[in-house]
Design a protein around this ligand. Sequence first.
Ligand SMILES: Nc1ncnc2c1ncn2[C@@H]1O[C@H](COP(=O)(O)OP(=O)(O)OP(=O)(O)O)[C@@H](O)[C@H]1O
Ligand SMILES: [Mg+2]
Ligand SMILES: [Zn+2]
Length: 249
Amino acid sequence: MTDMDERNVDDICPTCGGSGWAPTEVAGAVRRCDCWKKQRMARLQASANIPKRYQNCDLESFKTFRDVSHKNAKLQVEGFLRQYPLLKEDDPKKSVGLLLMGPCGVGKTHLAVALLRQLIAQTGEVGLFYNFSDLLKEIQDSWNPIAQTSELDVLRPVMDAKVLVLDELGANKVTDWVRDTLYHIINNRYVKSKLTFFTSNYLDAPSRPGEETLADRIGVRLRSRLHSMCVDVEMRGEDGRTDFAKASL
Ligand SMILES: Nc1ncnc2c1ncn2[C@@H]1O[C@H](COP(=O)(O)OP(=O)(O)OP(=O)(O)O)[C@@H](O)[C@H]1O
Ligand SMILES: [Mg+2]
Ligand SMILES: [Zn+2]
């Protein structure tokens, strides 16, 4: 027997023999084996498209000492995670996500990823992360005649995911196409009552005269839909890319 053969034999689950079905106390009845559940969870987390830089973000590592708004945001996320599994599928609250709004580096993406990872772990549901600019780029790339994917291949998982995080809403230069694409995605999830979380650098009221609002960036109709799709969570404070990065050196 080679080393490889020995390793493969060792890898086979002793409970289910690799079938994924484990015996129960009832003769002839089987249940999903723990090894199957573990593998499925690993696959779900790996296919959530979370960027490498954020792959370890969790709630434990989200610090709240810098600003009271961070404490509030974390409480909202924790409250959501507590309540969500208790709600019935047809409860309208089941599809109400969070819209994390605030300036650069306050931890919006960190918190959104922490929420998504924990939600997947708690529920075993299919979750997907997309930075909105990256999504637009993937759609544009799919138009290339030699591309292996079509626009629908890119959009379908975004429309279908049980849980979606759309990061950096409004960050792009607003062309008609960007606005139409965003409308198409968000409206599709809105009419199907699909749970969606958003982050955005834009607020509803400009913090400085002349600053654009979220409605300016995404349009009034979409902003209105977001009001019924999400609870607004405003985050303030300094850019964490400077102090948290230094603190970990
Ligand atoms: N409260 C926090 N606790 C721990 N780390 C934090 C916190 N806030 C930010 N960070 C860290 O600082 C960096 C920037 O945070 P993040 O990318 O989440 O900010 P953001 O609000 O999404 O910014 P942007 O608007 O530029 O996208 C990340 O590495 C993140 O892990
Ligand atoms: Mg971000
Ligand atoms: Zn097993």
